[in-house]
Ligand binder design. Structure first.
Ligand code: ATP
Ligand code: MG
Length: 714
């Protein structure tokens, strides 16, 4: 047995040494699925598989980075492709842009860009947002895209009212993206999935380029992702996936747990490996997780055992309110760190929504304890950085309307909202990009002479900057700052609430470009830089090496592990979220989300509930989450708030079963699942998506194999 497989259990070794043919690793949390993927990559390399033929796909950059770091330790410096689905698609799309009507220098709209574009499309489609918010429309369109539904497919279907409105906006939005030579995040997947379906040559080319494809957390794939990996594994069906149906938490974004449940049907000659030993959590934590998840009806029970000794009991703690909760937890963490056993990066605090971290931030700051928020306002979303990036975007892709909109009057040059509106209308009318429309300012009706002059000045600056596009990135960005007198502007307009020193952010940005130039001496195109920035998801800000406490949403915590975990706000209407409990399947997904949170903990776990919580300035009474009742309360250590509390005794259950839930909370937050959009009328059947798979397999038949009897999952 070599060094690589020595530290593995027999089933893990089985999976790691399987090279050719489909592979399914189905197992619970902390059982070493991700570890198997990294060891398997190293093992394949050791057995002569070319690194260029392997692609390992993940959902977050963080997961990809961690995978790369682990593989690097086992097989240093190998150019295996590891990254997110989105990055994979973005790179392929660069090459095949013309196949989907884009140009090679297409731009990726980040979520705030997409939001702008969506508002414009809604206005252009003449849709009122009285009954349906732009976010709801965006969510419907996003779901449609994740199901590979085109605007045409939405037409003529019986749709929920929300989807019906979205169906009117969808074609306009798509047309505007195309004119802007841009895509949103969902389009990255959609374009590639459709390209693979519609172009057998491209499909064949990519299938043989990436002979070995691996997907960690396959339970969270949506139809588009499913179609992509299927299409790339026809001639070379060496697709290896890992997953845990109990950790499927992205149903609200179109993920379909059936993708993993049907894997054995999709690949009848699959090798299936089950792992049952947990290496992560104490038995206390595992029992809590197991008792909870047993309440889901739609699942197969799987047993997990561990050799880890019995640890501290799980704690269920009641606080008076969110402030006390924050203070209490931060004090607790400070004490534990002072005790010398733990460092700050051993702690994580999870919440259902980002909005809940505000009081925690305050508590951390007042104790000068270092923390990081994963998914908070990130660097690239700051005003100064967005401004400068917009210039770079417009240089790279003159059709980028969102960027044009941002820079035309930034720094202020006396071009007012009305003028910009006229340019936009002209652009819409002629289906041309706004920059091009601005070049025809002389012929736009209703523009004042002064406005025309100012637009002319902007165009002159823009053209001058554009000429520098070929210099190094650092040069280019310094030139933009200088030519636009950006420093004067930003200092004059900095408000007190914002950073006291906005130019420090600009300097940090310049440092990032210097680093990029250094890393890409030959291939450092503006394209590539902007692509990297656009694909930096919120989770990238997470750095496990730095000594800081991590604050993140439960969704972002997937795949990670921490010695000490605090889950705050385990309250009704938060988890389960008020918008995610109307159907049994939504409710079960919420339970899985809590299960994911609990199973991140290695040694210590505390769940907390408040008596009252402030929601948009209103103090409201709280009902504990019904999920708390499902935990092994007999062995859990319960700590009450200073004053007595009705709910927090053995009548938990009775209180929870009452009909009078508090009014729904409408909390703001990044990770809000959108309200259920009714029936999935526009679902594109899997069989339709993969019909091309069947077509092609007739040309290159897979090895004959009897259809397996349905086996129990685990
Ligand atoms: P999740 O479902 O939460 O993503 P997972 O199944 O991917 O979990 P890993 O993250 O791969 O689990 O492993 C959990 C922990 O157990 C890691 O710290 C890993 O290094 C450790 N581990 C896994 N297998 C072994 C083993 N055979 N020997 C020692 N440690 C192991
Ligand atoms: Mg994992």
């Amino acid at each position: 047995m070599d060094a690589l497989t020595k530290e593995l259990t027999p089933p893990q070794r089985d999976a790691v040494t399987h090279i050719d043919g489909p592979l399914l690793i189905l197992a619970g949390p902390g059982s070493g699925k991700t570890r198997v993927v990294t060891h398997r990559v190293a093992n394949m390399l050791g057995h002569g598989v070319s690194p260029f033929q392997i692609a390992a796909l993940t959902f977050t950059n963080k997961a990809a980075d961690e995978m790369r770091a682990r593989v690097d330790k086992l097989a240093p410096g190998q150019p295996v492709w590891m990254g997110t689905f989105h990055r994979f698609c973005a790179q392929r799309l660069r090459r095949y842009a013309s196949f989907v009507g884009l140009k090679e220098n297409y731009s990726i709209y980040d979520s705030s860009d997409s939001k702008q574009a969506m508002k414009r499309a809604i206005a252009a489609a003449g849709i009122s947002t009285t009954h349906c918010s732009p976010d709801q429309i965006a969510s419907s369109i996003s779901k449609a895209k994740n199901r590979l539904a085109t605007p045409e497919m939405m037409e003529g279907h019986a749709l929920s009212p929300q989807d019906a409105i979205a169906a009117k906006v969808y074609p306009v939005y798509q047309q505007q993206l195309l004119t802007a030579n841009a895509v949103d995040f969902d389009d990255l997947l959609l374009h590639i999935a459709r390209l693979l379906r519609e172009n057998p040559e491209v499909r064949g080319e990519l299938d043989s380029k990436y002979k070995y494809i691996m997907v960690d957390e396959y339970q969270d794939t949506n139809l588009a992702q499913y179609a992509i990996v299927r299409a790339l594994s026809i001639d070379h069906p060496n697709l290896a996936v890992t997953g845990d149906p109990d950790q499927s938490i992205y149903g609200w974004r179109g993920a379909d747990v059936n993708n993993i449940l049907d894997f054995e049907k999709d690949y009848p000659n699959v090798k299936t490996v089950r792992l049952e030993k947990n290496y992560r959590s104490t038995p206390n934590i595992l029992r809590a997780a197991d008792e909870l998840i047993r309440h889901n009806q739609k699942r197969k029970q799987k047993e997990l055992f561990t050799d880890i000794p019995e640890g501290d009991p799980v704690v269920l703690r009641m606080y008076e309110d969110g402030y006390k909760e924050a203070d209490g937890i931060v004090d607790d963490i400070a004490d534990k760190i002072a005790g010398g056993q733990y460092k700050a990066n051993d702690f994580a605090i999870f919440c259902r929504m980002n909005a809940l971290t505000r009081s925690l931030e305050h508590a951390f700051r007042s104790r000068a304890l270092p923390y990081q928020i994963v998914g908070g306002v990130e660097f690239y979303q700051r005003r100064e950085i967005k401004d400068l990036l917009a210039y770079l975007h417009l240089i790279n892709n003159p059709n980028h309307d969102v960027a044009f909109h941002r820079v035309i009057n930034t720094p202020t040059r006396g071009i007012g909202a009305k003028t910009i509106e006229r340019i936009r209308d002209h652009a819409d009318h002629h289906r041309i990009p706004m920059l091009e429309a601005a070049r025809h300012a002389q012929s736009i009706d209703g523009l004042a002479k002064r406005a025309k002059t100012m637009i002319g000045k902007f165009i002159t600056i823009y053209d001058r900057i554009s000429k520098r596009a070929t210099s190094s990135l650092e040069d280019l960005i310094r030139y933009v700052v200088e030519e636009t007198a950006y420093e004067d502007y930003v200092e004059k307009t900095a408000t007190e609430q914002q950073d006291a020193n906005p130019m420090a952010n600009v300097d940090e940005f310049i440092t990032a470009t210097v680093e990029f130039d250094r890393q890409h001496p030959d291939d450092g195109s503006l394209d590539l830089f902007l692509e990297q920035v656009a694909l930096v998801a919120d989770t990238d800000k997470f750095d496990s090496e730095t000594e800081r406490v991590t604050l993140m949403t439960l969704h972002a915590a997937k795949g990670l592990e921490f010695p000490c975990v605090y889950i705050i706000g385990v309250e009704d209407d938060l988890i389960p979220h008020s918008r995610s409990k109307s159907t049994e399947s939504e409710f079960e997904e919420e339970r899985r989300l809590l299960f994911v949170g609990i199973t991140r903990a290695m040694q210590n776990l505390q769940l907390s509930v408040c008596k009252r919580r402030a929601v948009r300035g209103d103090i409201r009474p709280v009902i504990p989450s019904p999920f708390l009742n499902e935990l092994p309360l007999g062995e859990i250590k319960r700590i009450e708030a200073a004053t007595s509390y009705d709910y927090f005794d053995d009548e938990f259950g009775d209180e929870l079963n009452q009909d009078s839930y508090p009014e729904s909370w409408d909390l703001p937050g990044e990770n809000d699942p959108e309200s259920g959009s009714g029936d999935d009328d526009i679902v594109l059947e899997k069989s339709v998506v993969t019909s091309f798979v069947d077509d092609v397999s007739q040309v290159a038949p897979p090895p004959p194999k009897a259809k397996p009897k349905p086996k129990p999952l685990l």
